[in-house]
Design a binder for this molecule. Structure first.
Ligand code: G1P
Ligand code: ZN
Length: 544
């Protein structure tokens, strides 16, 4: 194989964020930009000689070009085998599964998750390690370090690969397998859930459903699993064809961006169940007729009912949630005597706990949940989990949720995002909040007496690594919380997130509307952060 060495020079902005490197497509299209980052990853890894790499993406604009470039760089760096999803497609959880199943050295997943796609929108790339999970911080920091020192990259002089034909072939000692992106993942799902029960429940019309793939990666996965394997009528999956620009939409499964689904579900003729997933298939939004299930509640409900799912029938080891996720799951863990971990935001912090069998199920408020079946959050897994629960418990979504609140109380929850804030202004807000923290101790604001006010720092219980500055928390004596964080996935300016949570035990208060129930906390959060004066934004950009 002819290998060329190309001289290059560093870019200074290739620091991975919460989930890989995300930038505008136009940034990635700069000369050598993608090649630099990929070579920096390979330089940072021990030794790529003779190893296997999984490769695929969510199909967004620039996916195909990027894959051809990566194939050549991987070949030049000595990889022996490349496993690539047909059409260059792989959902994030499917890629995680393929890495594990094939005992690959790692994988490169091309996605900017829920961020819009298209020539002027976002692209992203992340490296997953051999356990199938996102590279932990010690890796991503080293990738960044290498990217600042790079002076050349290696590229093999081979032709572009036909990504559309399923095939196994060899190019001068390099094995390339273009595989069906869905098959292995679908088999994994069938091994976790009761597919026979689901088939019966769907064919008898006990469960009627709709799944919105938002023109992103889950279209082919949902069609195969829900329509072909479980027998849901054709048309159950809407927006099921992956498009490079996601049909111009924002592939983020929430009530703001999955409007069509929201309209369908808050209606007299709503089906029993509906769900949506995001760009790369790791997020999920769960809806029942006339109810939206908050992701934090969904996690708690899944844990409380996990014994109904065949693969968890023998029990689970423990649970984890990201810090800003509501404490609903903590209450379930306490009742079931399960260890419960609070980690920083981002799936990479769950990997060690899952590998060490400390936890079985974990999740985040940002529409993400998953288990030890892979090392990523998994949208369709959550959908099948809920369908399995409905079928097994013979209860509707609303009944399951209300029963849960009855038993554990309700953590009323909302997140307010202020997007595209000037980065200097955002940093000033955090400076101001840090100064405010010591002055808040023991203060009382209306119904809210401050219990603690600090900045979250995490020590990983397995490798003892420390991650500082993971969000500012103000906790109140009645269990309510306000959390402030800066997003690590945005590509324009800074996104400031305010997480609000209020616990209500008494069932007479369970039916309140979140924004009303949280009104006093919202005012406090705005007062503490001075967000409106400092940003000039009068309202949050997105409320979930
Ligand atoms: C966001 C979410 C976080 C999630 C990540 C990747 O990160 O908040 O929970 O893990 O996307 O999907 P953020 O932009 O807040 O850093
Ligand atoms: Zn995603």
């Amino acid at each position: 194989m002819n290998i060329k060495t190309i001289a290059s020079s560093p870019y200074n902005d290739q620091k991975p964020g919460t989930s890989g490197l995300r930038k505008k497509v136009t940034i990635f299209q700069q000369r050598h930009y993608l090649a630099n980052f990929v070579q920096s990853i390979f330089n940072s890894l021990d030794d790529c000689q003779g190893k296997c790499l999984v490769l695929g993406g969510d199909g967004r604009y620039y996916n195909r070009e990027a894959i051809q470039i990566i194939i050549k760089i991987a070949a030049a760096n000595g990889f022996h085998e490349l496993i690539i999803g047909q059409g260059g497609l792989l959902s994030t959880p499917a890629a995680s599964h393929l890495i594990r199943k094939n005992k690959a050295y790692g994988g490169l997943i091309l996605s900017a998750s829920h961020n819009p796609g298209g020539a002027t929108e976002d692209f992203g790339i992340k490296y997953n390690i051999s356990n199938g999970g996102p590279a932990p911080e010690k890796y991503t920091e080293d990738f960044f370090k290498h990217s600042l020192e790079i002076s050349e990259y290696k590229i093999a002089e081979i032709n572009d690969i036909d990504l559309d034909k399923l095939a196994d072939f060899e190019i001068e000692g390099l094995k390339i397998r273009v595989i069906d992106p869905v098959t292995d993942y679908a088999q994994l799902m069938a091994s976790i859930f009761d597919f026979d029960l689901l088939k019966q429940s769907i064919s008898s019309n006990y469960i009627t459903l709709c799944f919105d793939a938002m023109h992103a990666i889950t279209g082919p996965y949902a069609k195969r699993i829900l329509e072909e394997m479980l027998g849901a009528p054709v048309g159950t999956v809407i927006n099921g064809e992956p498009l490079e620009d996601f049909g111009g939409g924002h592939p983020d499964p929430n009530l703001v961006h999955a409007k069509e689904l929201a309209q369908l579900m808050f209606n007299d003729n709503a089906p029993v169940f509906a769900a949506a997933s995001d760009g790369d298939g790791d997020r999920n939004m769960i809806l029942g007729a006339n109810i939206f299930v908050t992701p934090s509640d969904s996690l708690a409900i899944m844990v409380a009912n996990s014994h109904y799912i065949p693969s968890f029938a023998k029990g689970i080891n423990g649970v984890a949630r990201s810090m800003p996720t509501s404490q609903a799951v903590d209450r379930v863990a306490a009742a079931y005597n399960l260890p419960c971990f609070e980690t920083p935001t981002g799936w990479k912090f769950f990997g060690n706990l899952l590998d060490a069998d400390k936890i079985t199920i974990c999740g985040e408020e940002s529409f993400g949940s998953g288990s030890n079946h892979v090392r990523e959050k998994d949208g369709l897994w959550a959908v099948l989990f809920w369908l399995n629960l409905i079928a097994k418990k013979r209860q509707s979504v609303i009944e399951i949720v209300h029963e849960h609140w009855q038993r554990f109380g309700r953590d009323i929850y909302s997140r307010h995002d202020y997007e595209a804030v000037d980065s200097n202004v955002a940093n000033e807000i955090f400076k101001h909040l840090r100064q405010l923290l010591p002055t808040l101790k023991e203060k009382i604001f209306g119904d809210y007496a401050v219990d603690y006010a600090d900045e979250f720092s995490y020590q990983d219980p397995i490798d003892n690594s420390i991650s500082d500055q993971q969000g500012i928390r103000i906790g109140f004596k009645n269990g309510s919380r306000i959390v402030f964080r800066l997003s690590g996935t945005g590509t324009v300016g800074a996104t400031l997130r305010i997480y609000l949570e209020k616990f209500v035990k008494d069932s007479s208060s369970h039916q309140q509307k979140p924004q009303q129930a949280l009104a006093e906390l919202i005012k406090l959060a705005e007062k503490f952060s001075e967000i409106k004066q400092r940003t000039g934004l009068l309202e949050p950009t997105v409320i979930t």
